[in-house]
Design a protein around this ligand. Structure first.
Ligand code: CS2
Length: 319
C-alpha cells in the first residue's frame, strides 16, 4: 500500500467509492429550499442516513422538481418516487382527507392537535392508506391560510367573482364558489406565472408558502381570512416502506418523528417572522370581517360534505 503521504501527494490511491445504499428514497415536495418543510426534510434525510449506517439514501427535491403534488402522488403509486408532503389534495382519492383543511372547522391549534392525534386523524390516515397505498409517517402543523390579491378584500362582497387559484381540492372549489369567487384548481408551481400573466387574480395559502412561492412579487395584499387551520402529512409509498427489513422501517419511522419535532421548533420561529418579512416585501395586510366569511363559508362547507365527511366534521366540532 503506498504510504499515506504519497497518496496525498500524488492522489494515487483508489478512493474507495462510498458504499452504495441498498435503498434510495426520492422525496419531492412543493416548497422552496428556505421553507421549514425542506429544512425538516433535510433533518429526516440526515437521521435516516446516519441511523441506517448508509444503507438508506434519501434524496430531497424541493420546489416541485419531481412534479406537482398530484403528479408526486401518482409517481409514488407507480414506484417512480417514494415520499412527498401532501394533505387535503388527497381528497381526490380519500374523501376524509378534505377534513385536514376544512374551512373554519378548527377553533384553535389545541383542537387541531386533538383531532390529528386522536380518532379523527386515525380515520383520515387509515382511509388515505386504503385508497392511495400511501402511509402517513408524520404530520406537520400549518399556519392559517390567508387570501392574497392585488386589492384589499375585507368582506365576501369584495370578492366580486375574483379568479382565484385553489389547489386541486373539491371542497375548496365549493367553498370559494359559495363565497362569490371564481375558483380555478391549479398546481402550486403554476401560481406565480399565472398571477404574473393575470390568468388568475388571487390565491390563498399560509404565509410560509406565500413567501416560498415569491408571491409577494405578484400580489400586493394579504387579507387575513384565516379561513383554514390545518395540517399536512409526510407520506411514503407503502410498498417502498415495506420492502425494507423491519429494522430499517423502524429507522424511517423514528426519523419521521424527529422530522416532526424539528419542524415544530422551526414552525414557531417561522410564524413569528413571516408577517414582518412579507410586510418588508411590500405586502399590505388587511383585517377582514371574519364572521361574514365564516358564516357564508360554513354553510358552503357543510353543503359540500358527503355523509362520512360530515360525520368527521361533527366529531371535530365536539373536540
Ligand atoms: C399548498 C398545498 O398548493 C397549495 O396551495 O398549500 O399544500 C395544498 O394545501 C394541498 O392541497 C395540500 O394537499
Amino acid at each position: 500500500m503506498i504510504g499515506f503521504g504519497l497518496c496525498v501527494a500524488f492522489s494515487l490511491c483508489a478512493v474507495q467509492p462510498a458504499q452504495a445504499a441498498e435503498y434510495v428514497l426520492k422525496f419531492g415536495h412543493l416548497a422552496n429550499q428556505q421553507n421549514v418543510w425542506h429544512r425538516a426534510a433535510l433533518r429526516f434525510k440526515e437521521r435516516v442516513e446516519a441511523d441506517s449506517g448508509g444503507r438508506i439514501e434519501v434524496r430531497v427535491y424541493p420546489s416541485d422538481q419531481l412534479g406537482g403534488e398530484l403528479d408526486m402522488i401518482n409517481s409514488i403509486q407507480l414506484g417512480i418516487a417514494d415520499m412527498t408532503i401532501t394533505g387535503e389534495s388527497l381528497q381526490n382519492w380519500a374523501p376524509k382527507a378534505a377534513l385536514m383543511a376544512a374551512p373554519y372547522a378548527f377553533r384553535d391549534r389545541e383542537q387541531l392537535r386533538r383531532a390529528v392525534e386522536g380518532e379523527v386523524g386515525e380515520e383520515i390516515g387509515a382511509q388515505i392508506n386504503q385508497r392511495t397505498g400511501l402511509i402517513p409517517l408524520t404530520w406537520l402543523e400549518r399556519g392559517p391560510r390567508e387570501l392574497t390579491a392585488n386589492r384589499p378584500i375585507s368582506h365576501p362582497d369584495d370578492l366580486r367573482g375574483i379568479r382565484l387559484r385553489v389547489p386541486n381540492v373539491p371542497l375548496f372549489v365549493a367553498t370559494w364558489q359559495a363565497l362569490g369567487a371564481r375558483p380555478t384548481p391549479m398546481a402550486f408551481s403554476e401560481v406565480f406565472t399565472s398571477l404574473q400573466q393575470s390568468t388568475i387574480e388571487g390565491q390563498e395559502n399560509p404565509l410560509d408558502l406565500i413567501e416560498s412561492g415569491s408571491l409577494f412579487e405578484v400580489q400586493s395584499h394579504v387579507s387575513l381570512t384565516h379561513h383554514v387551520r390545518g395540517w399536512i402529512y409526510v407520506v411514503i409509498g407503502q410498498r417502498q416502506l415495506e420492502r425494507m427489513p423491519q429494522e430499517l422501517q423502524r429507522v424511517v419511522r423514528e426519523a419521521a418523528d424527529e422530522m416532526q419535532r424539528y419542524h415544530a421548533e422551526l414552525f414557531e420561529q417561522d410564524q413569528q417572522r413571516l408577517d414582518q418579512t412579507l410586510r418588508e416585501r411590500g405586502m399590505v395586510f388587511v383585517e377582514v370581517d371574519q364572521e361574514a366569511f365564516a358564516e357564508q363559508a360554513r354553510e358552503a362547507v357543510l353543503g359540500a360534505l358527503n355523509e362520512e365527511q360530515r360525520a368527521l366534521f361533527e366529531k371535530i366540532q365536539a373536540l
